[in-house]
Each structure stands twice: as structure tokens, then as C-alpha cells.
Design a protein around this ligand. Sequence first.
Ligand code: FDP
Length: 369
Amino acid sequence: MLAGIPRFESVPPTRKPEVVKHTATSVVTIERFIIEQEKLHPEATGELSGLLYDLALAAKMIANKVRSAGLADILGATDLENVQGETQQKLDVLANEIIIKAVDHGGRLCAMASEEEPGIIDIPEHFRCGKYCLLFDPLDGSSNIDVNVPVGTIFSVVRKITRSNRGEMEDMLQPGRRQVAAGYVIYGSSTMMVYTTGQGAHGFTLDPSLGEFLLSHPNIRTPAVGRYLSVNDSYHGQWEPEVQGLMRYYRGQEGGRQPMSTRYVGSLVADFHRNLLGGGLFAYPANRRNKNGKLRLLYEGNPLAFIVEQAGGAATDGTQRILDIQPTELHQRTPLFIGSKNDVDAARSMLGESPRDASARTAVGSVGA
Ligand code: FDP
């Protein structure tokens, strides 16, 4: 921490959050909900609320493009690659531009970073800079776009900690526990936005007739024990023996756990969302080819970890809580075990101990269902 600069952990609310509810004649728009939440913080300036509206607008614009993807010429790959060497889909590029343009001029941000861009995205000179940094994955799961599988947008907001006007790398590389807001949008059978500002995780469904996100899932709580296991099993032979053992545990083959049912869409937001609501564990472990797994800490791990913890779940890389990892680079990858608390605890218990320690394995039977 820099001398004289306070740590920006999520501030406990001054009073218990009141979740505004729908009645037959009164709907709760995301705008109204954000205002209600803002009132819980007398010190709030409205900048974070403004940023969240802008993101909700970007989500609606992206949803619109995703819906018409088969009709307009926006399906398929570009001839570009992103910083991780992955082919960019046309919708990846479009979603990236939509988000940047929706938020760059509001005076709320000092810098941005996107999974699709190599470095920090500066706020244009002619716009005022604000006190927040936005990190986002514009369209996660994009290899699924062409086959009509749900995709998503994921975002994370941290406060600027340096004294410079524009955001610097140090501002972006903050551990996830310093996030002030995080959320995702799932473009599925309906479009939903789920976000947290540290006062619970709340879900909003886009009403296409009104063009508004309406509160549909207040105070989401995820079950402590999961029903579903989401993992790409084709990497089994490349996992460390401890990870293979953990998967046997989840499947009920060792340790006495009720077997989990496999559900893997291969689109992180879709897998995460199902598990958040129904209970489950998503795992993308390290493997022999990808020593740190595949998923990105700042654009995927941190925001989803913040949300899942707010819903009563947990997230680990196997050795430490995701939100405690100190990032060292923008596009850092991390192994990820995220979801129902008891199932994440099992991963901690089996992976956090010495790999050769046989007692690590016997400890697992006491964790979970
Ligand atoms: P994608 O490459 O399609 O963007 O974050 C990347 C991601 O999808 C996740 O959404 C998904 O969970 C994962 O990769 C799938 O990777 P595998 O194909 O290796 O299972």
C-alpha cells in the first residue's frame, strides 16, 4: 500500500441493504436499484453508479448484436489475434469497441484494460479522468458464438490508488479483494446482468419489450454443496495426480462425496451462472501444457470470485484465495476452482498441501457433502 493512500476494501454498509422488490405494478429497474444501493453510502459521489449504468447500456447494445449475429455479417473470425494469440471473433472486436465507447467519456474512469487489448487503454485526452479503473472481458466464450451457445461479458472495477491523473499499471494490478464492483452479463435464452458492489450479488433480466434490466434475482445465494461439476475432462491426462484425485472425489469415486453431475458448456459465464444459481463447481486447473491454466485473473477470476463470495461461495487457485492473489501482469492467467463453498474447500484441502503427502488425500473425506 502506498503511504497515505487508504486501502479500498469494500466498505461495510452503514445499515443493512434493503432490497427493493417487484410488486404487480411496480418494477425495479437496474437504475432504481443502483440508486437505492448508493444511498447506503452517504459518501458516494454517484460516479460508480454512473459507471454501472453505462455498463448496463453497453450490455444492451452487445445483446442486440448477439441476437442478430446470424443475420448481420458479424459472425466468424477476423484475421486478427489478441494478446494471448487467440483468433479474435468479429463480435469480440465489436463488443470491445462498444464497451470502450460507452464508458470512456463519462469522467468516471482513469484507465481501462481489456482481454482483447495488449496494454492499458487510456481515456482520450479531451475527456475528464475519474477515480476508477475498469477491467473487462468484452465477450467471454467467444469460440462458441458461431453455434449459438451463450456467451458473456465480465467486468471488474477498482479504485485508482496512484496520485497520477491518468491510471497507471499499479492501479490496474490490484488484488481482487480491492474491487469495488464486479459483474457479468450472460447473453443466453434471456440476457441477464449480475453485479455486486460488496452488498450481495443481484441479478437483473433484460425485458426486451421495455429495453430495461429489471431486478429478477435479488440477493443471490449459492448452495454450499454443488450439484454440478464443470470441467473440461479432455485434459485429465495432463493434470497433476492431485487434481485427478480431486476430480475422483467430486465424482464420488473417492472420499464418500455424493457424485456431482457433469455440465460443461465451455463458455465460462454460462457455466458459472448455472452453478451460481443451482450450486456447483467450475474448475479450470493448471495442466502440463498450461502451467497457470487458461483463465485470466483480472478479467475472469477476480470479478467472478467477488460475485461468488458475495453469494456465499468461494474461489481458489488451489493454493490461495483468488481475491488475495497479487497480480503482476495484466493478462496473468490463473488456475480456477470456483463455486459452492464446500466443494471449493475440498480443492483447497487437496491441492494446498504437499503433493506427496498422503494425509492430504485422507483429509478430503471430511469435506463436502
Ligand atoms: P473461449 O476460449 O471460447 O473464450 O475464457 C476463455 C474460455 O472460452 C472460457 O469461456 C471457457 O470456459 C474456456 O475458455 C474453455 O476452454 P477449453 O476449450 O480449454 O475448455
